[in-house]
Design a protein around this ligand. Structure first.
Ligand code: SF4
Length: 258
């Protein structure tokens, strides 16, 4: 199956199930994925560590001027916009000037689309950097990944490349004091000869306990929607996702299935 990379810094707008009409901003290289996770379901393919040393980031000036140009064009064309969304070919917070770019994006949004939101999809692995933490506190939607309830499932699904543990991630997420959204992808299958399933009663129970510690404003549940680098994975049914969402709601946290 073929995975996909985004060619441009600014892409869309696309209609997103979760964010409405969303203009994407990709801060990562266009020719390879750059991430500190190597999720077995990543729609951008496997993380290639050899390419990491060659990574060159776009300048703040370039990103901001392209974003402003696009927003002006959209406004002139009468296009509705619900979100400016930082996502793309990997982990956006790896950009060394992430905070500067977020500050500029918020200012541009206020100028051209004051009713839109600024959203960031992040895996939380750079939250030890104060500038990244500050940036994610400033945006309207900090949408942060938590795919597992156990360390085994975390290491098997997300494959962090910097020896981070699930406990480390949860402790970082707790620093938001509830001002964040958690996104969780549910899946089943086999990877590296191991059975992977984050939908079992035990896994969901442990994940739920972590959610209670984090107490996010919302949890977004979804499953595989596009080709994955690990071929032996299967999509989880809508019914299963709804049952898990109900367990979240019963514990007093908002949850939506996408
Ligand atoms: S965190 Fe996102 S970009 Fe990184 S490997 Fe996982 S799915 Fe891909």
């Amino acid at each position: 199956m073929e995975t996909k990379l985004f060619d441009d810094i600014i892409f869309g707008p696309l209609r997103s199930r979760r964010l409405g009409v969303s203009l994407g901003v990709n801060l990562l290289p266009s020719d390879f994925k750059l991430c500190n996770f190597d999720c077995i379901y990543c729609e951008c393919g496997w993380t290639d560590l050899k390419k990491r040393s060659k990574s060159k980031f776009y300048s703040v000036t370039k990103v901001v001027s392209l974003l402003e140009h696009k927003l002006i064009n959209l406004l002139e064309d009468g296009v509705e916009l619900n979100s400016i969304t930082f996502a793309g070919n990997g982990e956006p917070t790896l950009h060394p000037n992430f905070l500067e770019i977020i500050n500029a994006a918020i200012a541009l949004k206020e100028k051209y689309y004051p009713n839109a939101k600024v959203s960031v999809l992040s895996n939380s692995l750079m939250l030890h950097r104060i500038d990244v933490f500050l940036a994610l506190q400033k945006v309207d939607n900090a949408i942060l990944k938590l795919d597992a309830g156990s360390e085994f499932m975390f290491q098997s699904i997300n494959k962090p490349l910097n020896a981070r543990s699930l406990r480390w991630v949860v402790d970082q997420l707790k620093r938001f004091n509830g001002k964040c959204t958690i996104q969780t992808l549910f899946l089943k299958g086999i990877s590296d000869g191991k059975i992977i399933d984050n939908t079992t009663d035990v896994e969901v129970g442990m994940w739920l306990e972590l959610l209670k510690e984090i107490n996010p404003k919302e949890v977004m549940l979804y499953s595989i929607d596009r080709p994955t680098p690990e071929l032996h994975l299967e999509k989880v049914s809508h019914e299963t996702l709804t049952n898990i969402a109900n367990r979240v709601i019963n514990s007093g946290i908002n949850a939506t299935v996408y």
